[in-house]
Design a binder for this molecule. Structure first.
Ligand SMILES: Nc1ncnc2c1ncn2[C@@H]1O[C@H](COP(=O)(O)OP(=O)(O)O)[C@@H](O)[C@H]1O
Ligand SMILES: [Mg+2]
Length: 329
């Protein structure tokens, strides 16, 4: 999965892990480099563990570029190179026991051997107008309407055409990510609770949108400046031709599955389950909580197991006896 920050890659991968029926482990690319020489051992532990799982293991590497960088560059340390080699060694063969999901904002940083292992690439693009409208409504419901209709500290909401307002906001938030829109929802709620009479008015909503748009433009300016600076510092390497230096990800956009197709089924899943109080279970919070509960993390202390019942049986005992040679099971 690749695409700009805040487009739902982590959210989606956690849902995929929960709904896949497989055991799963989640690691963040940035956790690996600080492990130093323990990285290799940790890597073998993860794959030994995968081999003990009866249901198979889905390994999700978030912010994968931090770990799976090109070995050829000077920037990666010997330890990280060795860890990456161990990872490549253990993922070299097809296995029905193992599914690897990588998320990255910068997949062009991947080692070529990683690109070669990728079967499917999914682009998480910034939301278009229609998607933004769904996002604005989703987060307006969650942070404004729901607290206005129930809850302990009831939020007071002025009378106006909420549907029309959401459409208008969707139009104005062009270029914003799902995360930026969700934060807008939080900002509306905060504005209501911190106002003197506790009433959220149309003008307050508009003011938060104005702020968010300003901040978004500021971030875009920084990004542009950074890109310009990077361009002037690094001349294109010799031999770079039509690929523009980007390895692997040269599919035309229209051939890449669009994020919405991938995300749509989640909304369907979320639309169905009802929580005990008869309200739809919160999609984001609930699934992420599930995911977090079962999350197995690699830390500098090694692999900690997920807390869920889904942890592979007898992992502690059989883990070290699994083949270390990467033999696919
Ligand atoms: N497509 C989406 N649908 C619903 N919420 C989204 C979507 N994309 C982002 N968000 C919101 O933004 C938050 C951060 O998204 P995240 O998955 O961490 O983005 P990424 O990993 O692509 O940077 C999510 O927890 C969610 O609240
Ligand atoms: Mg992420």
């Amino acid at each position: 999965m690749y695409g700009p920050p805040g487009t739902g890659k982590t959210l989606f991968a956690k849902k995929l892990a929960v709904h896949s029926g497989m055991d799963y482990a989640i690691m963040t690319g940035g956790d690996v480099a600080p492990m130093g020489r323990d990285g290799v051992t940790a890597m073998h532990k993860v794959f030994d563990w995968a081999n003990t799982s009866r249901r198979g293991l889905l390994l999700f590497v978030d912010e994968a570029d931090a770990f799976l960088r090109k070995r050829a560059t000077e920037k990666i340390s010997e330890d990280l190179r060795a860890t990456l080699n161990a990872f490549l060694y253990r993922t070299g063969e097809q296995s029905n026991k193992f599914m690897l999901v990588l998320a990255s904002n910068q997949p062009e940083q991947f080692d070529w051997a990683i690109n070669d292992r990728i079967d499917e690439i999914v682009n998480f693009a910034l939301p278009g107008l229609e998607e933004r409208e769904r996002l604005v409504r989703l987060y307006f419901d969650k942070y404004v309407l729901e607290p206005a209709t129930g809850g302990r500290q009831r939020l007071k909401l002025a009378q106006f055409d909420y549907g029309k307002k959401c459409s208008e906001i969707a139009t104005r938030t062009e270029g914003m990510s799902g995360r930026e829109i969700s934060k807008l929802g939080v900002a509306w709620q905060a504005a209501a609770y911190s106002s003197e009479d506790g009433v959220l008015t149309e003008a307050m909503i508009d003011a938060r949108v104005d702020d968010a748009i300003k901040q978004h433009h500021q971030k875009m300016d920084w990004l542009r400046a950074e890109e310009e600076a990077a361009k002037s510092l690094t001349p294109p390497p010799a031999g770079v031709g039509a690929f523009g230096g980007k390895m692997g990800f040269t599919l035309p956009l229209k051939e890449t599955p669009h994020a919405q197709e991938v995300i749509a089924p989640i909304f369907e899943i979320n639309a169905q389950p009802e929580s005990a109080e008869g309200k739809p279970a919160d999609p984001v919070i609930q699934d992420c909580a599930d995911a977090a509960k079962a999350e197995a993390k690699i830390t500098d202390k090694g692999l900690t197991e997920p807390e869920s019942e889904s942890k592979p049986g007898k992992q502690e005992k059989t883990g070290s006896s699994a083949p270390k040679d990467g033999t696919p099971v």
